[in-house]
Design a protein around this ligand. Sequence first.
Ligand code: X8Z
Ligand code: ZN
Length: 442
Amino acid sequence: IASKLSSIYGKGKYCRKDKAGKDECRDLGQLSKVLATSRNYDELLDAWQGWRTISPEMKPMYQQLVELSNQGAKEIGYANAGELWRAGYDMKPDEFAATTEKLWSQVRPLYEKLHCYTRGRLVQKYGKDKVPPEGLIPAHLLGNMWSQEWAKIYDLAEPYKKAGSADVSKALQAKILGKRSPDKITVEDAQAMVKIGESFFTSIGLNPLPETFWKRSLFVQPKDRDVICHASAWDVTFSNDLRIKMCIKVDEEDLITIHHELGHDYYFMNYYTKPVLYQAGANDGFHEAIGDALALSVTPTYLKQLGVIKEVPKNEQQLINLQMKDALEKIAFLPFGLLVDQWRWNVFSGKISPKDYNKAWWELRAKYQGIAAPTARGEEFFDAGSKYHIPANVPYMRYFLARILQFQFHRSMCKIAGHTGPLHECSIYGNKAAGEKLRAML
Ligand code: X8Z
Ligand code: ZN
């Protein structure tokens, strides 16, 4: 059942008749590009709804997966699979749930400000009829298929239009592709992106990736078959057989995701020789936070050192522009990171029954994210299934934890590196002392 569900997600395509009456099919990558770049309400709606045509057929299988997971969890002494998932944090499952709620209450004011500000900008763009000035934001207008990270609508949210900001994606494309189109990238182009990531890790004193990494990884989307493009990192034989699987684009988003995935691989690299109890993250939130913590050092100053961008923000307005972009990526994510497993915990416990799957999903989306589906979404849909981690059955609270832990790790590494001054100016690039402490932790 698990592999069937993953396979449906990986093969997922939205097909419709084009103007000539021919079937035109688009995969998640193509539909995501529409969400990221189109500013046409109806075109966005079509791509948003289109991707969600892939998931209704998952629903009966997902129900079965839930039942079997619960059966397994019970056999090893847990009330249900949700309790098992909450048991990996050196505290009681109930305490963990309370801890996550408490963390959310601490960061929520920041999210609410961002939500309010962004909604204002969307009202300006799409009008009061489309975006209620005091209500929930329509989910398809935030630049991302699941409204989880909003940096793709930075152009709409930019605080100081005249101050300018560095276009890192464009700069990367100029550096790696020259005049070639970003829609046709080669393995070498993708590897050049990964090399930038690897060079960060080696700059702080960690080992290079093994030769086999470059031979055995998947870096670009194959043309001859469907693959799951959702990025992942592997140690296939638990013996430093490190790989990533990712359909790399040459842009800022994927540069950050490469650091994220390499964070997993460097964790594997540094614990595979240790006793088995150490062959995992301290908890799964740690695993998700390592690469992101390093990517916080991908500052304008660092990118200039690398020759990717020419200028570093020099005034307050440019700095605020940059921090808004970070907020759209990092802060916007928090309620989404929290709600995915609130939904699943309640599904596993039976609090949410299959006849209410979609209703409960959209209630959580409203409660935590303050967003709404753009059209009615009854139980004929299975919208949770349109997010990779649901069919793939990967727990999600780890990403909520990581969104907080990564800033704590960054702050600590900056302190070790002897950084003084504001934290946003810190990059630990090249700092061996910080690297040594990180390695010891891994
Ligand atoms: O799934 C991922 C990684 C793979 S572990 C690419 N992330 C979450 C997501 O894409 O939903 C990273 C951030 C959140
Ligand atoms: Zn990850």
